[in-house]
Write a protein that binds this ligand. Sequence first.
Ligand SMILES: [Zn+2]
Length: 445
Amino acid sequence: MTKKTFVLLMLLLTLASCEWMHRKPAEPGPVSPSFKGTVDYDTYFSSRRLRLDFVLAGGKDRQMAFLESLHSECEWAGSPNALIDRFGYGQFFMEVFAGEKLIYSHGFSALFEEWRSTDQAGKQEMAMNQTLWMPFPKQPVKVVLYERVRSTGKFRKFYECAVDPSDRHIIPGPERYYSLKHLQIRGDYAHKVDLVLAGEGYTSAQLPKLREDAVQLMEYLFSMEPYKSRRDDFNVVLVESTSSSSGVDVPQEGRWRNTAMDSGFDTFYVDRYLTVTDHRKIASVLSGVPFDAVFIIANDSKYGGGGIYNSYALGTAGNRLSPEVFIHEFGHSFAGLGDEYYDEGSSAYDEDLYPAGVEPWEPNLTTLTDFKAKWADLVEKGTPVPTPNDPDAYGDKVGVFEGGGYMTKGCYRPYYECRMLNNTAPEFCPVCRRSIEEMIDFYVK
Ligand SMILES: [Zn+2]
């Protein structure tokens, strides 16, 4: 070996080991979420809401969070008896501590984490805003963020900050920017699911259309179980947010609009994927509006939408299938349901999102890694596991059907057909219905 070859070899080895270190999966953090505990609301919180604006930044191999600003807002709409998230769903988890005591927790997902699964994230780093809300604390607290590690499915701590409620830099929120229309009020915020609908891409002259569209979508929601039986557990309020122009951005057609939340199609270059990338714009529309869940109604006839767990959902109002898209996307954002479809080519992601050996967090998907924790109790004796994809034999049985989560192999769904699979299924499958009910129970207790 010549000296030159030796130097070159050493250089290559050094580069390879740096690459290996860079790609090494993150070690579990010192703390993981606990998902349990009881908290007396009045001891720790005022009746108001604290808004925390974060920036999430990074690429495929790493992500960071940065606190950007704090805002004091209107009343907190959540139940005082539901301060600790017991589901553990989502790509992220927030915990809030007063001293050593856990006083609030909340699982959520973010568009940024989805972007990290795309091909583009392997080539460059980016940043997106993410707003979180919590009841306004009475004393200084510590806010901890966890991210879910893909290779293990477990949470690891990746960010921590202190929040002092007496800090004079907490920005007082405006009471609200837009007028509200109460579509259905069935009780106090604290013990109802407060569903807020908000207009996007409607000019002020189009407000009557927004009201009609909102009522149509709401009635569709309450025509389907389990929402139908649980209608009295919901308050529904429309934020009459208006935009300078009508419609939303469609980059693939070169169409751009100036709208309240800057929503657009072609997210991650997927034609029908409609999202808002700047979460602060949604937070701004929701200023002064108590809410538990939000659905954004986009004034456009193009087919599409998106739903991100405990973050937001949106869909267009002018398409023939708009009500179906609405109820599907709301399944993602409200109940953490996963997509049960699996046709290849429909995914924006460059890798299998549900690796073998890791149980998905979504309640309606399994890799059979920890199926007992999912819907095993709903599978009748005698139903084979996995269950053949045969609608004549098993079309009305809860089972374990291969295909789901954008994967034809290795990921399983609970029913042959469900609204989380397609728009023609007659209803949500029993597993999705149960998950939606459990979420309603959490908000109303
Ligand atoms: Zn389902």
